[in-house]
Design a protein around this ligand. Structure first.
Ligand SMILES: [Zn+2]
Length: 380
């Protein structure tokens, strides 16, 4: 039996032996975490358990208890590692009702695939048409101009700094090198093209200092200074692959599904972005509010659509699609990332004009052709 001198909540709907007075999750985790519990018992398994445990730690719950065997050992190790980052403690409750403190394991980005393999199909067909162009939007600058964020932060090519200075006047700058791109969109600093980190605003110096130290603690302080929602900043700080852009849609989609959320069209980040941060879920009310304000200021409208996302260079948007269990039926596929004739032909051969996409265990099958990675993002 749990000591009820601490405020305990149960997250998840699996059966658990516990005092019936302990609040249980009925309509999502938000309302329970809003009660600021000191401990959370996770009554779920798999991704639902992993992301409930992570969210509890992110929201400041000090003690999180998981049922032994409720998820793979490697994920248990990752949750314990997150607890260190987020100043919490994690325990495993065995079949003998004993509690063991979880030991941090090697970091692993749960729900993110490997981006080593090139998933481009070998076939060549009619090139997929491009999605309707959306006015190019510098969401970071729009948000700064609106006062949504106190500090503007840009990474620009060295030769473009003067243009930024002409626009904003006084800048705080830090020279660096950056190599980015490829399938994963991974950003590696210190090598590659000459770039400058530019900070603008009354607290620009403070932001530049925080940025220079790259700890998780700084990620949080910097996120706060940027005006980003606290829930999204904590979720980002907990991540391992913060420099791998292609990991974000996979992780955010898995979190959204695990927590029972929906995919808001304004948080569709696969073409142009309305928020300059990684939303904690695609249904995060605070991220949606940000996106709504930027969209209103920049006169952007978004139609609901489903995106089949493989990585930063490969995503297909489907204007008409319906999801039934793990099978998506669609018509009218369009190329959603950077125009590229070779890729548009390769994916055109597989997607054709209509068909089905089946998602299972992190892999996709498109009209019978298997892809080792890919995620369906039903922004609706
Ligand atoms: Zn959030």
């Amino acid at each position: 039996m749990y000591r009820l001198s601490v405020r305990v909540v149960v997250l998840g709907s699996d059966p658990v032996v516990i005092d019936p007075a302990v609040p249980r999750e009925t309509a999502g985790v938000e309302e329970l975490l809003a009660q600021k519990p000191e401990a959370a018992v996770i009554a779920a398994h798999g991704l639902e358990a992993f992301f409930r445990a992570s969210v509890a730690l992110e929201r400041g719950v000090r003690r999180v208890v998981l049922r032994k065997g409720s998820m793979p050992e490697a994920w248990m190790g990752e949750i314990a590692a997150r607890a260190l980052v987020l100043s919490g403690e994690t325990f495993e409750r065995g079949d003998d009702e004993r509690y063991t403190r979880l030991r941090p394991g090697p970091r692993v980005e749960v729900a993110a695939p490997s981006f080593d393999e090139d998933v481009t199909p070998a076939a060549r067909g009619e090139p997929l048409p491009l999605t309707a162009p959306e006015a190019s939007l510098e969401c970071e600058e729009v948000a700064f101009a609106m006062g949504l964020k106190p500090v503007l932060y840009l990474v620009v090519a060295a030769h473009a700094v003067e243009r930024v200075r002409a626009r904003y006047g006084e800048l705080v700058t830090r020279e660096d090198r950056l190599r980015s791109g490829g399938q994963s969109g991974e950003r590696t600093y210190g090598v590659g093209e000459a770039v400058v980190h530019v900070f603008v605003g009354a607290r620009a110096n403070e932001a530049a200092e925080l940025w220079a130290g790259d700890s998780s603690r700084n990620v949080e302080a910097l996120g706060a200074l940027m005006g980003y929602p606290h829930c999204c900043v904590r979720a980002f700080a907990a991540m391992v692959s913060r420099r791998i852009n292609a990991a974000f849609p996979f992780v955010t989609a898995a979190r959204t599904r695990a927590l029972g959320g929906t995919f808001h069209p304004l948080l569709d980040v696969t073409t142009s972005r309305l928020v300059p941060f990684v939303p904690c879920t695609y249904s995060c009310p605070r991220a949606i509010e940000w996106a709504e304000r930027v969209a209103a200021a920049a006169s952007v409208t978004r139609r609901a659509r489903t995106v089949v996302y493989f990585d930063e260079a490969r995503a297909v948007a489907l204007d008409r699609a319906s999801l039934d269990g793990d099978t998506l039926s669609y018509e009218g596929p369009r190329w959603a990332t950077e125009p590229n004739d070779r890729l548009q032909r390769a994916f055109g051969a597989v997607f054709a004009e209509r068909g089905t996409v089946v998602a299972r265990d992190g892999a996709l099958t498109v009209n019978g052709v298997a892809f080792s990675r890919g995620v369906i993002l039903p922004f609706a």
